[in-house]
Structures are given as C-alpha cells and as structure tokens.
Write a protein that binds this ligand. Structure first.
Ligand code: OAD
Length: 245
C-alpha cells in the first residue's frame, strides 16, 4: 500500500504536514544538522537556550539578527516545495495544516494560511515577561522595549529555545488526532516533541509518510518513506493529491 491508495480511498482527507529545515534548504536557508549546518558552527547551548541568552544576550541577538536579515533580504524566496503546498491548501482549504518547526516565513509567503509555527518566528519578538509577541523585521537589540509593560521590558527573539515548551501543542494534538494522512518533510527527527508526532499519528490511525533527502532518525516508524530533494518530492506528492482527492 502507498499514500496514493489512501488518497484514492478517501473523498475527504485531513492532512497534517510537519516541516523542518530541509524544506527551506533549497531556498538558501541553512539546516541545523547537515554538513556546514547551523549547529556545526554555533553551540546550541550558547544561542538556543534561555541560559545562553542570560549569559550573553548580545551573541544571541546577533545570531537571530543575522538570520532575520537573510530571510528578509530579498535573496530568499519560497521554493517549489513551499509553492506546491500552498497550491494544495488552496484546493483543500481547511483540510490541510502545516505544522512547521521552521522559524522562517516561507510557507506564508508561498500562500499557506493554515500554518502553525511550533518553534516561533524570526520576524517576531516577544516580551521577556509577558511573552506577548509583536512583528519585528528590524535588528533586535538589548535596548528594545516591549509596549505591554510599563516601563517596557526588554524584548527577546520569539524563538522556542531548548528547555522551553513549543507553541500550540494542544491544537497540534487535535489536528493529529483527526488526521488521515501525516506527512513529514525535511526533518531529521532529532528534536521532540516534533519527532514523536509520527508515533502519535500512527496511534491515531493516520497513514504516515516521510519525504526527506535521506532516511530520518524515525524512518522505521513511517508506513512509507521516500527520499529526494523537497523541490522534486513535494510537487509530485501535491500533484497526486490533486489528482486523487
Ligand atoms: P535538521 O537540520 O536536523 O534536519 C534537516 C533534514 O532535512 C535532514 O534530515 C536532511 O537530510 C533534510 N534535508 C536537507 N536538505 C533537504 C532537501 N533539499 N530536501 C529534503 N530534505 C532535505 O533540521 P530539523 O529537523 O528541522 O529547533 O531540526 C529540528 C529543530 O532542531 C529545529 O527546528 C531547531 C533545531 O534545533 C530550534 O531551534 C528550537
């Protein structure tokens, strides 16, 4: 059996797509764990933990400022994988959700609206006290203050760091509970809770499909796993969805 048999058997199909850094690699954004990835050149504990931020806020602001600047530079664009998923949402409307670990905004720029950023967003900053988020496209520095406190307190990148709880977990669990098809794209399966979604989706009787450049850590848990670049695999997947759904 393949996912195509599932598509053929359903008149309506609830799809949950989990995306990771691999879907944005062909847009020029570095992944974390591939050769020359972000974690090869930076220590996770320095730039992606609350303790690292407390110890050296300037380093952490700089790390995310550079990534935000690249994302918004005009050099980075959605690639065929993002664009195909946006076409699928246009066709299926409320029956597809993208749960992304990515902090870029390429799904939205491609046209997806049903997007959950479980690890936060680069183009956003949040109050370190109330957690209230606001759009942020400029450089972020220690002197920037929130508008929700009086006097304003320092803002921090709106990124979920290691040791913090990802956003919207209840909503994600509800979506997985109702899913007919769970598709994991461009993620190595190293970071929980996202790495555990395949097991939860299996328990909820969804068909589970992995589309990744190489087998992920959790590959054996998927009903089906296909390897290749996202810019090829995702347009093919979407064209089959549009054909059979
Ligand atoms: P990783 O860097 O761990 O994994 C990226 C995956 O994408 C790898 O399995 C690659 O084989 C695959 N890949 C690379 N290029 C690809 C391409 N063109 N097409 C398809 N697949 C490709 O990134 P994530 O799994 O997203 O968290 O990492 C998860 C989390 O770890 C991130 O959200 C981040 C990080 O620490 C936080 O910062 C909180």
């Amino acid at each position: 059996m393949t996912y195509i048999d599932i598509l053929k058997s359903k008149s309506e199909c609830n799809i949950v797509v989990l995306t990771g850094a691999g879907i944005s690699a062909e847009s020029g954004i570095k992944t974390f764990r591939d050769g020359n990835g972000l974690w090869e050149n930076h220590k996770v504990e320095d730039v992606a933990t609350p303790e690292g931020f407390a110890a050296n806020p300037s380093l952490v602001y700089k790390f995310y400022n550079e990534r935000r600047a690249q994302l918004l530079s005009g050099e980075v664009h959605p690639n065929p994988a993002h664009i195909a998923l946006a076409e699928l949402e246009k066709a299926l409307k409320s029956n597809i959700w993208i749960v992304t670990q990515n902090v870029d905004n390429l799904h939205e720029r491609a046209g997806n609206q049903n997007v959950i950023h479980m690890h936060g967003e680069l183009a956003s900053a949040k109050c370190a006290v109330t957690n209230q988020a606001q759009n942020w496209v400029a450089e972020l520095n220690a002197s920037d203050r929130c508008h929700c406190c009086s006097p304003g307190t320092p803002l921090r990148p709106n990124i979920v760091w290691f040791g913090e709880i990802p956003y919207n977990m209840e909503k994600i669990e509800t979506l997985l509970f109702d899913a007919d098809l769970f598709v994991s794209i461009g993620t190595s399966g190293n970071v929980y809770p996202a790495a555990g979604f395949v097991s939860f989706a299996n328990q909820c009787n969804a068909y589970t499909l992995e589309l990744n450049l190489e087998p992920s850590n959790g590959q054996t848990q998927f009903a089906e796993s296909r390897q290749g670049p996202a810019s090829e695999l995702i347009p093919e997947f979407v064209s089959n969805c549009l054909k059979y759904l």
